[in-house]
Design a protein around this ligand. Structure first.
Ligand code: IPM
Ligand code: MG
Length: 362
C-alpha cells in the first residue's frame, strides 16, 4: 500500500477553513483508493510571527524536507505583519526547495460563471507555467541614500540560462502531453509571454532561450505575445491559448486574470513544483488569505480542493486526482451548492461535503 507524508500549513486568514476541506478531501480519496496519508500540521504564519518574530522556525525547511508534499492554505495578514515580511515564508519555501515551476491551470468548469463575457467552459482551458525561483523575484537590490532627497531603490531581475531553460523545457514537455478540452490536440502550443520590446536585457535573453528550447520540440507549435497584449488576448480570445510560459512576475500577474477567466479566485489552484523530486513540492490555492472573511465559513474551498487534486497527480495517484476533478465538475454542474462568490449561500464546508459525497457516489 502506498503511503504519503503530507505537511499541512494552514497559514493565515481563511487558510484554516480551506485547509480543513482540503485535508478531509484527501482523506476521502485515500480511503477510497486504499493509500495511506499521514499528515502533520504546522502552525506557521502571522500569529506565529507575533509570538516568535519569525514566520517559521529556522529549521523549517529541514522539517519539511521529510515530507512527500506540502499543502499551504494561504499566508498574510497585513493587520498583524507587513506583507513583504509574511510572504517571505512562501518565497523561502519556493526557492529553498527549488520549486522552479509554478503550474497554474486555468479551466472554467461548467456551472461556473466568469465575470469575463468571453469565458465559457468551451473557451477556457489553458495552463500557465510560471518560472518560480528567480526573475523579478530574485530579491537582488537595495535601498540607497534613504532619508535624503536622492533616495532610490534598485530591484534587479536575475534571469539565468539554467533558470529560463528549465522552465521552458517543462512548458514544452507539458504541451506535448496535455490534452486541451480533454481531447488529444494534434499539436500543443507554447506561448512565450515576454516583454522584449521594452526590457532589452532580461526579456531579450529570455526570448533567446525560448528559441533555443523550442528548436528541440519541432512537434510543438511556438508562439509569442507581449505580456500586456496577453492580458488583452486572455479576455478577447481565451480559446486561443494552450500552454503559456512566463517569468515569475509576469506569471503572477496573468494568473490573477486567469483566475477571473475560471470564475474567480475561489477556483484557482497551483503547484510549486520541484520536477526532479529532490525536494517536496507545495500545492496551494492561489487566492490570498482574505482576513476579513476569516472564521465566517463563507469562502469557496474549491481552489484548495483542486490543489489537492494537483498534489495527487504529482504523487502518481492519477485516478484519485481525476476522481476529485469529476466530483468538482459534477457538483458544479448540478448547481445546487453555491458559495457566496458564486452568488449562493452555502458555507465552505457544505461545498466540501458536496464534493466528497460526489467522490463517494462514483
Ligand atoms: C501568488 C502570490 C504571491 C506571489 C505573493 C503572495 C508573494 O501573489 O502566489 O501568486 O507573488 O507569488
Ligand atoms: Mg499572485
Amino acid at each position: 500500500m502506498s503511503s504519503y507524508q503530507i505537511a499541512v500549513i494552514p497559514g493565515d486568514g481563511v487558510g484554516a477553513e480551506v485547509a480543513a476541506e482540503a485535508v478531509k478531501t484527501l482523506r476521502t480519496v485515500a480511503d477510497k483508493y486504499g493509500f495511506k496519508v499521514k499528515m502533520a500540521k504546522f502552525d506557521w504564519g502571522c500569529d506565529y510571527y507575533l509570538r516568535n518574530r519569525i514566520m517559521m522556525p529556522a529549521n523549517a525547511l529541514e522539517l519539511l524536507q521529510e515530507f512527500d508534499a506540502i499543502f499551504l492554505g494561504c499566508i498574510g495578514d497585513a493587520n498583524k505583519v507587513p506583507d513583504h515580511i509574511s510572504l517571505t515564508l512562501l518565497i523561502a519555501i519556493r526557492k529553498g526547495f527549488d520549486q522552479y515551476i509554478n503550474l497554474r491551470p486555468i479551466k472554467l468548469y461548467p456551472g461556473v460563471e466568469s465575470p469575463v463575457k468571453t469565458a465559457t467552459p468551451e473557451t477556457v482551458d489553458m495552463v500557465v507555467v510560471r518560472e518560480n525561483t528567480e526573475g523579478e523575484y530574485a530579491a537582488a537590490g537595495g535601498f540607497f541614500k534613504l532619508g535624503t532627497p536622492d533616495a532610490f531603490a534598485l530591484q534587479t531581475g536575475v534571469f539565468t540560462q539554467k533558470g529560463c531553460e528549465r522552465a521552458m523545457r517543462y512548458a514544452f514537455e507539458f504541451a506535448r502531453k496535455r490534452k486541451k478540452f480533454g481531447k488529444k490536440v494534434p499539436v500543443g502550443m507554447v506561448t512565450n509571454c515576454t516583454k522584449s520590446n521594452a526590457l532589452n536585457y532580461s526579456m531579450v535573453f529570455w526570448d533567446s532561450v525560448y528559441k533555443k528550447v523550442a528548436a528541440e520540440y519541432p512537434d510543438v507549435k511556438t508562439d509569442m505575445a507581449l505580456v500586456d497584449a496577453i492580458t488583452m488576448w486572455f479576455v478577447k480570445n481565451p480559446e486561443y491559448f494552450d500552454v503559456i510560459v512566463a517569468s515569475n512576475l509576469f506569471g503572477d500577474i496573468i494568473t490573477d486574470l486567469g483566475a477571473m477567466l475560471q470564475g474567480g479566485m475561489g477556483f484557482a489552484a497551483g503547484g510549486n513544483i520541484n520536477p526532479e523530486r529532490i525536494y517536496p513540492s507545495m500545492f496551494e490555492p492561489i487566492h490570498g488569505s482574505a482576513p476579513k472573511y476569516a472564521g465566517k465559513a463563507i469562502v469557496n474551498p474549491i481552489a484548495a480542493i483542486e490543489s489537492i487534486r494537483m498534489m495527487l497527480d504529482h504523487l502518481g495517484e492519477g485516478r484519485a486526482a481525476l476522481d476529485i476533478q469529476e466530483a468538482v465538475v459534477k457538483t458544479l454542474t448540478l448547481g445546487k451548492v453555491k458559495t457566496a462568490d458564486m452568488g449562493g449561500k452555502n458555507r465552505t464546508h457544505e461545498m466540501g461535503d458536496a464534493i466528497r459525497k460526489a467522490v463517494l457516489r462514483k
